[in-house]
Design a protein around this ligand. Structure first.
Ligand SMILES: Cc1cc2nc3c(=O)[nH]c(=O)nc-3n(C[C@H](O)[C@H](O)[C@H](O)COP(=O)(O)OP(=O)(O)OC[C@H]3O[C@@H](n4cnc5c(N)ncnc54)[C@H](O)[C@@H]3O)c2cc1C
Length: 357
């Protein structure tokens, strides 16, 4: 079924809680419904949303917003029919990604437990290549099924064709963005334990949660235990969208040449003492990734408010709708001031992770 409404209030459909409206809003229930939508006739621009958890609406939306309610989870192969013994699961784009993680944990299937509690829906997960705790969704995706709104036909992409990189995919490429609507995704999960606990202090946290009855050996771990631990950690660090609006990490972590990193570290040592170390990750080709959160904190933004917006006190990479009444301009104003501070102090241009609409 297709439901069309006009001047639809999107406040509850974006996790930032921006009080905006869409001129036209279309919600559909099934893959087949897409054939009945006249894409050429829709008020432009056209935007397909999921849970609105990576979006910042800066104004009312003048065109058409689409939303999928395709919500099945179906096991296609228990592992008998593929050489790797993987459990192949087809999941509708409108399924809340964390509901899929909860389902997998309940079934004792491995693969998505580290991605627990990431807001948003399955369709967007394949667009964004969501990631957390050392796992990216591309690691468990086999195929992405789409509707091509230009050729008006159903197509699918093998995972190798999706151009996956850090929080990126071909679906975000400006030349084709919006052309393909993800209808469902084929995931390859595993009945065999394959815990991924190398990220940060995850292993200690999981071992502690498992104690005293068992250790962190593969036999005693379950996807449900890892999921529970990750949900606990995430709740301590990140704002719950139902309590305080945000879109998670607002900026990407910048990548700079080694010479620039050396200058930044020298300045930090001059300020904080010779033993001070700037957090960083070495990349190929003499490039260095520096956490944007560190830069924002060094500029004194952590916990600071600006009108209804604020930098989250526990994680400076997150801008929040502090009062619940923030205007888009307040969020954008704070974003600009943070970018200016970081540019002035470090000579680094921060790039937003959140999509501005
Ligand atoms: C508190 C918080 C914590 C977060 N933590 C993480 C994290 O740990 N890791 C991480 O990777 N992300 C994180 N995020 C960001 C966000 O959850 C992800 O980017 C998520 O995938 C967005 O899903 P969504 O359904 O809300 O998509 P939306 O924000 O609605 O849309 C995102 C993009 O996907 C497109 N899209 C949506 N549905 C479809 C579809 N069916 N077909 C084609 N295109 C589509 C949209 O057009 C848009 O370009 C966090 C966000 C919040 C608020």
């Amino acid at each position: 079924m297709i439901n069309t409404s006009y001047y639809k209030d999107l406040t509850k459909m974006n996790t930032f809680g921006m009080k905006v409206k869409a001129r036209c809003f279309i919600e559909y229930d099934s893959v087949a419904d897409l054939v009945d939508i006249e894409f050429g006739e829709l008020a432009r621009p056209v935007l397909h949303i999921g849970g609105g958890s990576n979006l910042l609406f800066t104004d009312d939306f003048k065109g058409t917003v689409l939303h999928s309610r395709i919500d099945f989870i179906e096991i296609l192969d228990e592992g008998q029919n593929n050489p790797e013994g993987q459990v192949l699961v087809s999941v509708g784009a409108g399924v809340v990604f964390d509901d899929f993680c909860a389902w997998a944990a309940k079934e004792g299937l491995w693969g998505v437990e580290n991605l627990s509690h990431i807001p948003g829906e399955v369709g967007a997960s394949a667009v964004q290549n969501i990631g957390a705790y050392g796992v990216e969704v591309k690691d468990v995706i086999r195929k992405v099924y789409c509707y091509d709104t230009v050729e008006e036909e159903f197509v699918h992409f093998e995972v190798s064709e999706c151009g996956y990189a850090y929080r990126d995919s071909i679906f975000k490429n400006p030349e084709i963005k919006g052309r393909y609507i993800v209808t469902h995704v084929l995931f390859a999960l595993s009945k065999q334990p394959r815990p991924m606990l190398d990220y940060g202090h995850l292993k200690e946290a999981v071992t502690e949660a498992a104690a005293p009855s068992c250790g962190s050996d593969n036999q005693s771990l379950t996807p449900a235990l890892i999921r529970k631990t990750i949900i606990r950690i995430r709740k301590e660090k990140l704002p719950e969208p139902s309590v305080m609006g945000s879109a998670g990490s607002f900026f990407k972590n910048p990548v700079v040449p080694m010479e620039q990193f050396v200058r930044i570290e020298a300045a930090a040592k001059a300020e904080h003492g010779a033993d001070y170390k700037v957090p960083h990750y070495l990349l190929p080709d003499d490039m260095v990734k520096i956490p944007a959160a560190w830069m924002i904190e060094q500029c004194g933004w952590k916990g600071r408010r600006s009108g209804g917006a604020a930098v989250y006190e526990k994680q400076p990479l997150v801008i929040v709708n502090y009062t619940g009444e923030a205007y888009p301009e307040e969020i954008v104003g704070l974003e600009r001031r943070i970018m200016t501070s970081v540019r002035d102090r470090f000579g680094v241009e921060l790039c937003p992770e959140v999509e501005h609409i």
